[in-house]
Design a protein around this ligand. Structure first.
Ligand code: 13P
Length: 258
């Protein structure tokens, strides 16, 4: 059975001081885990530095983004080959902060997802609805559209062994996780949808939840059957909180699997 994957998405935070102070503590907690597995998504410029720290650990590196081009005159961009070169394993694709702040649309995101998978890294596709879309009761439709934009240009097998992170946009940074039943319902719906196209592919996908997960609300998330990982933003920036969150996740998964 796959380990429960907890990704610390540092977003635009952290510096050498933060890394030097915290990385050994993260390594220490990782050493004590049997059922969970950690990964860190630092800003690009620190990936290589952290990579050196993480040698001989099972902690993986995650990139927060990637360009659609492999090389060429694209000032300011980072390619998938470069990420591979410095030891990145996962790439976050289509985070809502990129959809909103950088106007990334479904089609553009689909290209990144496909390129990442074809190059042998694991894409983490972020999907989710806005507050307005939730009010209109169209969460499932929005999530399926986000997935269909990939299926329009590629066969379903592109999803084999990838990750889909359900991150309701309104829950991100709001200090309030989505309702447990709604998370369960949305993820089940997506699973069934992909399963209706290809059951084997659907089974191979890891589903994560992201949006205001912290040490105080994490226990509730283990009532959800279908998730096997979390994307943690703000709570990963305070080491005490993050360690407490990881310990609680480990305990919950141990109980669930014993
Ligand atoms: P917060 O945990 O800060 O809500 O962020 C979640 C997120 O966007 C993870 O990718």
């Amino acid at each position: 059975m796959k380990k429960f994957l907890i990704i610390a998405n540092w977003k635009l935070n952290g510096d050498f001081n933060f890394i030097n102070k915290n990385i050994n503590l993260i390594k220490k907690i990782d050493n004590s885990l049997n059922f969970c597995k950690l990964a860190i998504a630092p800003p690009y410029v620190y990936i290589d530095y952290i990579h050196n720290y993480l040698k001989n650990t099972s902690i993986n590196l995650v990139a927060q983004n990637v360009d659609i081009n492999e090389k060429g005159s694209f000032t300011g961009e980072i390619s998938i080959n470069m990420l591979k070169d410095i030891g990145v394993k996962y790439v976050i694709i289509g985070h809502s902060e990129r959809r909103i702040n950088h106007y990334e649309n479904n089609n553009f995101i689909a290209k990144k997802f496909i390129l990442t998978k074809k190059k042998g890294l694991i894409p983490i596709l972020c999907i989710g609805e806005t507050k307005e879309e939730k009010k209109q009761n169209i969460t499932e439709k929005i999530c399926i559209n986000q997935i269909n934009s990939i299926l329009k240009i590629c066969e379903v097998k592109i999803f084999y062994n990838t990750i889909i992170a359900y991150e309701p946009i309104w829950a991100i940074g709001s200090r309030k996780i989505a309702d447990i039943n709604e998370i369960e319902k949305t993820i089940s719906f997506i699973k069934k949808y992909i399963s209706s196209i290809n059951q084997k592919i659907s089974k191979s996908i890891v589903f994560q939840y992201g949006g205001s997960v912290n040490k105080d609300n994490i226990n509730n998330l283990f009532q959800i059957k279908n998730i096997n990982g979390l994307l943690v933003g703000k709570a990963s920036l305070t080491i005490e909180n993050f360690i407490s969150l990881v310990k609680k996740a480990e305990k919950n998964i141990r109980l669930l699997r014993s």
